[in-house]
Ligand binder design. Structure first.
Ligand code: GTP
Ligand code: MG
Length: 345
């Protein structure tokens, strides 16, 4: 399982101070205390929202502060309560106190609420301190202190798209180019040692979770190399993008390489073998422009793939990248049984 996580700081609002005011009006020289109470400080409330599916927004915003309560006014007028700060979270999100590691709540239901930082209570005004022997109190209560704490969110993510292929095929390069993830990329095999996750953002506020797993090699389904442990991670994805290096430095044949991986998927599980697969002929930039079309046509026909099943791309120059994402999007929606929306609809 792949985990998305975020740490944020929340602070509730301080309570408003009570007022220490005395009524002063023409003809009423000693009007007595009339200081009103302060307003309650705003809470920080976590709310379950079924429309969210990642913690992405917390990469940009990490402070969530509620408003302070207003101080009390004269004429026993109550200060306004501070506005609560509502923080929307995807369902399935676990919330921990980041400093103690205590699990605070598991957000499961849409609309579920959890007060993560309680607003300070409003202080009482001097009106409350009046007694028969204490007619002119100047005492008032200050507003309650705000609560500040750091929260850690954890969300188990199921990737929509799994990038597979031999080591060095360019999986991490692609993930890096389409998301904010920063996997290591290097010109040698087995650069990626653990699955990497990224969120590809597309026009029209569309998002896909993409998983880059370590390169697979022959025998991976039986435990060779590093990929085996991670095949199970991609079993639950909707779509596989099978990356083929069209000009491998080791001189190997892209066709054989493709079949090697297919064999391992089949040996691992029927589920993986039958998962929708999009083939990406990668590193197109290494091929002379005049030869590209013929090469792709030849690969396609030898692998008996239709035009819909494959695409030619370059993870480095970006060629074909958008088309690949759009195809993935359609396949993911299809696999999930959701209608395929167009951006801007
Ligand atoms: N010319 C060219 N080089 C590429 C392209 N994509 C990746 N590379 C290079 O290929 C090498 C391997 O890229 P990675 O992205 O690390 O490959 P990987 O599939 O993640 O490899 P492993 O993590 O070992 O499985 C790096 O030197 C990349 O710069 C491409 O489209 N064109
Ligand atoms: Mg890699």
């Amino acid at each position: 399982m792949l985990i998305d996580s975020a740490i944020i700081t929340v602070r509730s609002g301080k309570g408003g101070n009570g007022s220490a005011h005395f009524r002063r009006e023409k003809g009423i020289p000693k009007g007595g205390p009339d200081g009103g109470d302060g307003g309650r400080g705003g809470h920080v409330i976590l709310v379950g929202d079924s429309h969210l599916d990642t913690l992405l927004e917390f990469a940009f915003k990490v402070h969530f502060f509620a408003q302070e309560g207003e101080n009390g006014h004269r004429k026993k007028s109550h200060g306004r309560d501070g506005v609560d700060m509502r923080v929307r979270l995807p369902l399935g999100c676990l919330v921990f106190d980041a400093d103690t590691d205590e699990l605070l709540v598991d957000i499961r239901e849409p609309g579920q609420e959890f007060v993560a930082a309680k607003g300070g209570r409003g202080g009482r005004g001097n009106d409350h301190f009046k007694t028969s022997t204490h007619q002119a109190p100047t005492e008032f209560e200050p507003g309650g202190e705000p609560v500040e704490r750091r929260l850690r969110f954890e969300l188990k993510l199921i990737a929509d798209v799994g990038l597979i292929g031999l080591p060095n095929a360019g999986k991490s390069t692609l993930l890096k180019a389409i998301s904010r993830a920063n996997p290591k990329v290097a010109a040698y095999p087995f650069t990626t040692l653990t699955p990497q996750l990224g969120i590809a953002e597309m026009a029209g506020e569309r998002r896909m979770v993409v998983a880059d797993i370590p390169g697979l090699i022959e025998g991976a389904s039986e435990g060779a190399g590093l990929g085996h442990d991670f095949l199970k991670h991609i079993e639950r994805t909707s779509v596989l993008v099978h990356m083929i290096d069209v000009a491998p430095v080791d001189g190997s044949d892209p066709i054989t390489n493709y079949r090697t991986i297919r064999k391992e998927l089949a040996a691992f599980s029927a589920e993986l073998a039958h998962k929708p697969e999009l083939v990406a002929f990668n590193k197109l930039d290494l091929i002379e422009e005049s030869e590209r079309e013929a090469l792709v046509r030849r690969l396609r026909s030898r692998l008996r793939l239709t035009k819909d099943d494959c695409l030619a791309i370059s993870g480095v120059t970006g060629e074909g990248r958008q088309a690949l994402l759009e195809r993935c999007w359609s396949l993911v929606r299809e696999a999930k049984g959701e209608p395929i929306e167009q951006p801007g609809w």
